[in-house]
Design a protein around this ligand. Structure first.
Ligand code: TYD
Ligand code: MG
Length: 475
């Protein structure tokens, strides 16, 4: 019996079934399954020609490598995220919401590299050549010798690129607009995206060109199309930011050739993306330091310390179930900090709404932010203003103990550089901070923190301090 020549592929997760279903059993999405022909799909060619395999040589791990040097873009924030420049023959997928600035960043990177005499090709599947030119002109980059094209056929692109000197960098904006003739699905479907990505990855590996694929992001922040593309490429980088703020964060999600915890910070200006070399100053700009409920967290992003203000609002609730809302941090960590404050410090938050916000739109993943979040919560609840020249960091254990965190010295150094004088930090794990200009107040248990803030609140009201005159860090 002839085998069925058709596959049903979920457009959300890439799962394959052999019949149509209303709901994908793999990811639970409704109406996401589409019939795609197998007769001309990926792997179909291989299935048809049952040729005998060719013998290839196997090699050892310690062989000589003729690796070309990394291509350094000169945009420091970008190079930090890629791990020190683009690796020849590698493929990077860059994802981000529409309008966040992916095309702007890439045309800037292309122009910088082209100025350094590298051959750089920018293929746009979304915009016409004139539109790309117009943007470059606005950015003052029109003179850069970048080679442009508006194309969507992967076969045509690969053939064109194979002519002449192999390019150092090829940008494909975006992978969702590309289509391959060998795949007979509509452009934009999972199979097409996967097929096009595969062809471009093959091109990168054989030619040694570094390829950047731009990927669209769905509403919930995933790079649209199959996750398989993320598995196929060497690095996945996401470009984040929100409409209300001017700065953008480039973050490595996966990197076969470098670290994944580094971020690059940019500011979107009228003249394109500008590098932000001192993100702490940017995130702390506009801080007034005279309101209750704000604590400065000395955080780390990769190898770089980043200071940011954590704001909390604790207010009596009007609802049966109090609200807990958090922006820029994990809701589960907030729930944990609240639970520890209730269980080990005697706070009662059951009748209060709790809002927590990381100022400036930064997203924090570190457990070290626990102590700063707790301080902001207690400050808002008691009305006591925290010392304006102190920073907080430390992880809170479920027992209420404050656990040490990594890179304490780097956090203290950055805080001192920005004019802070004191730190409330875990009692242990602070070796090597003697030479730092900061006064460190060790805090071993969450109870100590609450007692101290409460005492400050009492002191404040007895001294009749005005709110415009915040408590300095006691020396
Ligand atoms: P773009 O790079 O087209 O975004 P993406 O490719 O991620 O969809 O960026 C578009 C936005 O950036 C647009 O809303 C305007 C803004 N922008 C500036 O603010 N300044 C500039 O110099 C440029 C080129 C764009
Ligand atoms: Mg774009």
């Amino acid at each position: 019996m002839a085998k069925s020549r058709s596959n049903f592929v979920c457009q959300s997760c890439g799962a394959v079934t052999n019949r149509w279903q209303g709901k994908c059993e793999s990811c639970g999405d409704w109406n996401s399954i589409v019939e795609e022909g197998l007769s001309s799909g990926i792997g179909a060619q291989a299935a048809r020609s049952a040729r005998k395999g060719r013998v290839f040589a196997l090699e050892g791990l310690d062989g000589e490598n003729k690796s070309a040097p990394r291509i350094v873009s000169g945009i420091e924030e970008l190079d930090r995220v890629t791990g020190g420049g683009f690796v020849p023959g590698s493929v990077i997928l860059i994802g981000g919401e529409p309008g966040i600035g992916k095309s702007t960043l890439l045309i800037q990177a292309c122009a910088t590299l082209a100025e350094k005499k590298h051959r750089v090709v920018y293929i746009s599947g979304e915009e016409a050549v004139a539109q790309v030119r117009l943007r470059a002109e606005r950015l003052g980059l029109a003179k850069a010798p970048v080679e442009l094209a508006a194309e969507t056929s992967v076969e045509d692109i690969v053939t064109t690129l194979s002519q002449g000197r192999p390019p150092a960098l090829v940008v494909i904006d975006s992978i969702q607009t590309m289509w391959s003739e060998t795949v007979d699905s509509t452009p934009g479907t999972v199979t097409q995206v996967r097929g096009a990505a595969q062809a471009l990855i093959r091109y990168a590996k054989t030619s040694g060109a570094s390829v950047i694929l731009v990927g669209h992001v769905t509403k919930d922040g995933q790079i649209a199309g199959p996750r398989v593309v993320e598995h196929m490429v060497d690095a996945v980088v996401s470009f984040e930011g929100d409409g209300g703020h001017h700065f953008r964060i480039l973050r490595a999600v996966k990197n076969r050739f470098g670290p994944t915890d580094e971020i690059g910070v940019f500011e979107m200006t009228g003249g394109g993306l500008r590098e932000v070399t001192n993100p702490s100053a940017l995130f702390l700009a506009g801080r007034d330091g005279t309101a209750a409920g704000a604590a400065v967290f000395a955080g780390m992003e990769g190898t770089r310390p980043v200071l940011v203000e954590i704001q909390a609002l604790v207010a009596p609730t009007a609802l049966g179930t109090p609200r807990r809302a958090v922006v820029g941090w994990e809701p589960s960590r907030l729930a944990m900090v609240i639970a520890v404050l209730e269980a080990h410090a005697g706070l009662r938050l059951g009748q209060h709404d709790v809002y927590l916000n990381v100022a400036g739109g930064l997203r924090i993943n570190e457990p070290a932010a626990d102590l700063a979040a707790a301080a902001a919560l207690v400050s808002s609840l008691t009305g006591a203003i925290l010392p304006h020249n102190a920073v907080y960091f430390g992880e809170i254990a479920l027992s209420g103990a404050i656990r040490p965190v990594a890179h304490a010295a780097a956090r203290l150094k950055e805080s001192a550089k920005l004019g802070f004088q004191g730190a409330i930090a875990p009692a242990s794990g602070l070796d090597g901070q003697e030479q730092s200009a900061m006064i460190v107040r060790p805090c071993a248990h969450i109870g100590e923190l609450v007692a101290e803030i409460a005492a400050q609140g009492v002191q404040k009201s007895s001294k009749k301090r005005t709110s415009a005159e915040p408590e300095p860090f006691p020396v």
